[in-house]
Design a protein around this ligand. Structure first.
Ligand code: XUL
Length: 545
């Protein structure tokens, strides 16, 4: 019975999910995880990232840390997975999107001749032309975004071409910044990978391609043609074409596990399928293989996403269109202040998650019109570089109200800023760590006026990666299966997890969405003081929980 292995290299850790498939018999056989701060403390990360570099908007992670984590987790799965390694038929992976890895030209040769007696990280020293990789939390490239946008003919033109206007965290603006700051190091760079294609390259011992799910998060790919877009490349940095891997369909087999993994940890020569981004992988990991539903992932980033048959680019410039693992497209809106913002509020009031939930239960939906814009960190949606939490009608010492305000503020922003996707949302698939919190899911159901299903386990991205390995293995064997059949029995909601919206609360949140919009406009310097609106809302809202 074959086993498919999926990895997920998220912001804060690396996870492996192994699935077993035999006809209708399907189950997850092993899940293992490493947490970067705790398990690889030598890299000095906080929540998986390093900040600073003299620029408070710059955020990165050491690529060597990801490589060491992969080596250790492969070892852990081999020793403790509880299944015969010879059964592993294919491996794929998911990684945080947009982050980029800069390698010297000789990297390919080095990866092909690794010594299995030695740890991977030791053998990669000196191969990186940028020791810290910029990651999706970076907001330091506003100037480069402006230059690229102008060169390509404006934000709408860039969005039509690549699926998104220029975003600070996207790879193109990051490459341009690297080139501008250190042209010599750029000249020494032979290959620029995404986190996903870098980790796939480590597995195959060579140079793995990029697929359109993750490629679309670069501001460099022609979304319709799924090829590099010459105009975007020219606007970004010289001779970029030669430094980028190829773009291939998402089910492409990049190679087999290299001799290093076979000799070092005992794996077979399993197929390695092109890795993708965490959001495209989560799309299939929560079973969204048809149009008409959305998923909300509550992780380090909060994201709202859904499958699209045709790419409908966001005219307001808020969201993104990426490739989907099915060969279709997906719409996505991303919020940077996700779990870390929830944790900041929890910690400020010295609560644990039980206390956090109790605070939600103790406060009325609508929070008497109090609104928080939880911009603890620079925000992506809406774009905010002037960091700072904004509170309207909210007493920051009132712990319970503050907890409700962070959750409602996040979900109202998600509902308002995902309207461009034009999906009549009646059902939401909730995933990510915080989706285990039933009180948060009730607010989600009420804010969106939709049924919410919880998905088992926090790791839909790792599961999605394993399902992509399974799908690609069947395609390669000449036995392709419909995506509905691939996800069946795996990407299913938890029995009994359905949360239904309360009609009265849905009404209330419709009104609060206007208050939220007014607060946001005011905070961004584009609107009047929302105090009268808050007072009007308070006058008609319930006072008790
Ligand atoms: C999506 C995004 C994040 C990262 C990290 O555009 O920036 O969701 O993929 O999870």
């Amino acid at each position: 019975m074959p086993i498919y292995l999926g990895f997920d290299c998220s912001t804060q850790g690396l996870t492996a999910v192994a699935i077993e498939v035999e006809g209708g018999r399907r189950r997850i056989v092993c899940e293992r995880a490493l947490h970067f701060d705790r398990d690889l403390p030598a890299y000095g990360t906080a929540n998986g990232v390093l900040r600073g570099d003299g620029d408070r908007l710059a955020v990165g992670s050491p690529p060597l840390m990801w490589a060491e984590a992969l080596d250790r987790l492969m070892g852990l799965v081999a020793r403790e997975g509880g299944f015969e390694l010879a059964r592993v038929a294919a491996v794929s992976g998911s990684a945080q999107q947009h982050g980029s890895v800069y390698l010297r030209a000789e990297a390919g040769a080095r990866l092909a001749t690794l010594d299995p007696a030695r740890p991977l990280a030791d053998q990669l020293e000196g191969l990186f032309t940028q020791r810290v990789s910029p990651v999706w939390m970076d907001s330091s490239t506003a100037a480069q975004c402006a230059a690229i946008t102008a060169a390509v003919g404006g934000p709408a033109a860039l969005a039509r071409l690549t699926g998104s206007r220029a975003f600070e965290r996207f790879t193109g603006p990051q490459v341009r910044k690297f080139f501008e700051r250190d042209p010599d190091a750029y000249a020494r760079t032979g290959r620029i990978h995404l986190v996903s294609s870098f980790l796939a390259s480590l597995l195959v011992g060579g140079d793995a391609a990029i697929e359109p799910g993750d490629g679309a998060g670069m501001n460099l790919m022609d979304l319709a043609g799924k090829t590099w877009a010459p105009a975007a490349l020219a606007a970004t940095a010289p001779d970029l074409d030669a430094r980028l891997p190829a773009i291939v369909p998402p089910w492409t087999v990049a190679g087999t596990l290299s001799p290093y993994w076979r000799a070092r940890h005992g794996f077979p020569a399993a197929r390695v399928v092109a890795w993708s981004g965490d959001n495209p992988c989560s799309l299939v990991g929560v079973g969204l293989v048809r149009e008409g539903r959305v998923a909300i992932s509550l992780g380090t980033s909060d994201t709202v996403f859904g499958l699209m048959r045709e790419p409908r680019v966001d005219p307001s410039g808020t969201g993104h269109v990426f490739g989907a693992p099915t060969g279709d497209y997906m719409g996505l809106t991303c919020f940077k202040n996700g779990s870390l913002a929830r944790e900041r509020v929890r910690d400020a009031h010295r609560l644990d998650w039980t206390g956090f939930s109790a605070a939600l239960r103790a406060t009325p939906p609508g929070n008497r019109g109090a609104v928080m814009l939880p911009w603890f960190d620079a925000e992506i949606t809406p774009p905010v570089l002037d960091v700072g939490v904004r509170r309207y009608g909210l007493d920051p010492t009132d712990a319970a109200a503050d907890v409700r305000a962070v959750v409602e503020g996040q979900l109202l922003a998600m509902a308002r800023h995902s309207r461009w996707m034009d999906v009549a949302v009646d059902t939401i698939h909730a995933t990510g760590g915080a989706s285990a919190n039933r009180e948060i899911l009730q607010v989600m159901a009420d804010v969106f006026g939709a049924d919410v299903w919880q998905f088992p386990g926090a790791n839909s991205a790792g599961l999605g990666a394993a399902l992509r390995a399974y799908h690609a293995d069947l395609v390669t064997e000449g036995r392709p299966a419909a995506w509905e059949a691939i996800v069946e029995g795996f990407a299913e909601p938890m029995a009994g997890s359905l949360m239904r919206p309360h009609e009265a609360h849905v009404e209330l949140y419709r009104a609060l969405a206007d208050v939220h919009a007014a607060c946001e406009a005011h905070a961004l310097g584009r609107g009047d003081d929302p105090a009268p609106l808050i007072a009007a809302f308070r006058a008609r809202s319930p006072v008790g929980p």
